[in-house]
Design a protein around this ligand. Structure first.
Ligand code: GLN
Length: 407
């Protein structure tokens, strides 16, 4: 990595440098240790050029929820770059660095990659240690790379992967070190009927996706149309579970230990209340309240426990489909980059921007967004591939195939 210039999402700790998750509540805070993933890149002589803007605590799909203000899409500055890792995607797309890092809890690497015409990988849950990543929803969060090429994606993933004594959920295997796979001539792709027929799917995105399917078929690959009736349950289950985890993870920001403390407080309780009231933005507050509600003893069975069951069923169905197929192929997003302000007043419409990306986080599988051309208006479109857990090498190989097919 000598000489490689890398930008870091503002939710990764780098000792002695500021990190704020783009939140006022971490104003002035400096990291006390370096995230394992960054330590490994540093040991290979990578250069960290700076921190990139993101949605506050990685909560968002448009990078509008940031204490620093919104990020703009370099293809059309009236549009969002995607989120929550919007700044990291733009930094690569606009050639401010070679590669960058993001975190993906429900699509925050793949969706901005798609909106910016670059590659973005969410590895298998646990492939890269989360030590030093500011937690949003710990059973979903995963660090991953943005780059202009699959080779760079593979290299960064290889260096950052591997077991870590600091993270018990990191996969207890050595780092990935070879990207050779025994690729078959004919590959089988599963395509979810409910996704391609979804009424929210933009016509140009649908047409470009269908054109890819026809090309793959004409090369002799097999497309299996699969039923996935739970598609519309994925986003609700995702938001119940992630807000629950977030409400717990964010309880540490109390005004006592890190960053911002209200000047208006007069005792312990008002320190907690005012620091949190003044420090957190509206979306983070909404999620803390929602998460606290679904975990409350009255509501736990109706929401949190149900959502855990839905997660299990989604995992099982995903495994079953991938036992018969090499990968699932999906559009990364249902639309190209939307306008700044278009969804920010309506949280539910913003949450639906994650329709095609949350499955990989609910199930833990690796998934990548690959650039798939442009709309007539010049906005990038992405296509998403997902393979079984721990199969990044096959995912890389299949991504190469998609890249060749699209070129
Ligand atoms: N848009 C999703 C959310 O707001 C995904 C965020 C992420 O992956 N960090 O939760």
């Amino acid at each position: 990595m000598a000489g490689a210039v890398i930008a870091l999402k503002d939710n990764m700790s780098f000792k002695g440098h500021k990190v704020s998750a783009s939140s006022k509540i971490l104003e002035g805070f400096e990291a006390l240790y370096t995230a394992t993933a960054l330590e490994r890149l540093e040991a290979e002589d990578a250069i960290f050029i700076g921190r990139t803007n993101c949605d506050e605590f990685a909560m968002g799909a448009s990078n509008e929820n940031s204490a620093y203000g919104a990020v703009k899409n370099p293809f059309d500055e009236s549009r969002v770059p995607g989120g929550s890792s919007g700044g990291s995607a733009v930094a690569v797309a606009a050639n401010m660095c070679h590669c960058s890092l993001g975190s993906d809890t429900g699509g925050s690497i793949r969706q901005p990659a798609a909106f910016n015409g670059i590659y973005g990988l969410k590895p298998t849950y646990g492939r890269i240690s989360r030590w030093g990543l500011l937690a949003y929803a710990s059973s979903f969060d995963q660090i991953g790379p943005f780059a202009h090429s699959l080779e760079d994606i593979a290299l960064l993933t290889q260096i950052m992967s591997g077991k870590d004594a600091h993270d018990a959920t990191a996969i207890q295997e050595p780092s990935l070190n070879s990207w050779e796979s025994s690729s078959k001539e004919k590959q089988r792709f599963a395509v979810m009927k409910q996704a391609v027929e979804h009424p929210g799917l933009d016509e140009e995105v649908r047409a470009s996706f269908n054109a890819l399917l026809s090309k793959l078929e004409s090369q002799g690959h097999i497309i299996e149309w699969v039923d996935f009736p739970l598609l519309d349950q994925m986003v609700p289950a995702y938001y119940v579970l992630t807000t629950a985890e977030a409400s717990s993870n964010l309880s540490r920001y109390s005004g006592m230990m890190y960053g911002y403390r209200s000047n208006n407080a007069s005792d312990l309780e008002s320190t907690y209340t005012l620091s949190r009231t003044e420090g957190f933005g509206p979306e983070v507050k909404r999620r803390i309240m929602l998460g606290t509600f679904v975990l409350s003893s009255d509501q736990y069975d109706a929401y949190y426990e149900q959502a855990l069951k839905v997660r299990r069923v989604i995992q099982n169905q995903t495994d079953e489909i991938l036992s018969r197929n090499d990968a699932m192929l999906l559009p990364t997003t249902s639309t190209p980059a939307f306008k700044l302000g278009e969804k920010s007043k309506d949280p539910v419409s913003m949450y639906l921007a994650d329709l095609f990306t949350v499955q990989a986080n609910l199930a833990g599988n690796p998934a990548i967004s690959i650039p798939a051309g442009f709309t007539q208006g010049g906005l990038p479109i992405g296509v998403q591939l997902m393979t079984p857990r721990k199969s990044e090498i096959d995912l890389y190989d299949l991504s190469k195939l998609i890249e060749r097919t699209l070129s």
